[in-house]
Design a protein around this ligand. Structure first.
Ligand SMILES: Nc1ncnc2c1ncn2[C@@H]1O[C@H](COP(=O)(O)OP(=O)(O)OP(=O)(O)O)[C@@H](O)[C@H]1O
Ligand SMILES: [Mg+2]
Length: 248
């Protein structure tokens, strides 16, 4: 589905290397986590995959569905089936949920909007007329964001920390929702996260450190390396003992 080979990018102004020869693969219907500390380059990777020119491309190759998309525009990548939900999405305050969901795909029908909202666990008939404002809870916002991505029926969903700032019940619900999305759309998911609990749904993972992909493989192995590198010995042992249920 996605093959990244030796991808290097730098910041536009200071020419600081943000990603250094990053390589990893995401298979069909795979949930692949990108792990790494704050500032390790996770969001920079998401932007680069989507072709958003926030940084300058240095070298390497991105292949998506067997095509070389390294030089393709964001709109072309989107047409091929790649979508990104930002870490800090634009707020679009005051817009109704209907208009927000139509913004990505104007041809979407009223019935499909209601159905998609129901699918993400919201009452579609009620929420379609709600405004995007501070009255929505954090969890409701996340669900609406995910609905906006589902409506595009992507082949690869890139989600930048959708589980940040959610409490334990909420992120478990979010993970269940992601499994259901994969089942319904048959898509792959690139999940950027800090949370080790993502191992409940992830197949594989890649660990970024200072812009380098230092480990890629099964979630469990990569998380163990992450804990070792961070000096969290007890966690490391827990990961050795733990067997995750991987649901395919
Ligand atoms: N346009 C830019 N110019 C210079 N440096 C940048 C630019 N964008 C990001 N950086 C730096 O690149 C590094 C990686 O940033 P990035 O946002 O990708 O981190 P992250 O892994 O997503 O972190 P977090 O977990 O906090 O979201 C950081 O040190 C950041 O300050
Ligand atoms: Mg980030």
């Amino acid at each position: 589905m996605l093959k990244v080979k030796n991808l290097s990018i730098s910041s536009k102004g200071s020419k600081q290397r943000l990603l250094d020869k990053v390589s990893f693969c995401v298979g069909e219907k795979e949930i692949h986590c990108i792990l790494g500390k704050n500032g390790s380059g996770k969001s920079a990777l998401a932007y680069a995959l989507m072709g958003l020119n926030r940084h300058s491309y240095d070298s390497g190759e991105i292949r998506f569905r067997k095509r070389n998309i390294t030089k393709k525009k964001t709109s072309e990548r989107a047409k091929l089936g790649m979508t990104l939900a930002f870490q800090e999405p634009a707020r679009f305050e005051g817009l109704t949920v209907r208009d927000f969901l139509k913004a990505g795909k104007s041809s979407v029908s009223e019935a499909e909007i209601v159905k998609t909202l129901n699918f993400v666990g919201l009452n579609g008939k009620e929420f379609i007329d709600r405004k995007l404002d501070e009255k929505l809870s954090g969890g409701e916002r996340k669900r609406i964001e995910i609905a906006s991505v589902i409506i595009l029926k992507p082949k690869l969903m890139i989600l930048d920390e959708p589980d940040a700032s959610l409490d334990i019940i909420m992120y478990n619900e979010l993970y269940d929702l992601l499994l259901n999305v994969r089942k319904m759309l048959g898509c792959s998911i690139l999940l950027i996260t800090h949370r080790e609990e993502a191992g409940l749904i992830a197949d594989n993972a890649t660990l970024l450190e200072n812009g380098k992909a230092v480990k890629s493989g099964t979630f469990r192995h990569v998380m163990r390396t992450y804990c070792e590198h961070e000096g969290k010995r007890e966690r490391c042992l827990a990961f050795k003992a733990m067997s995750f249920k991987t649901i395919n």
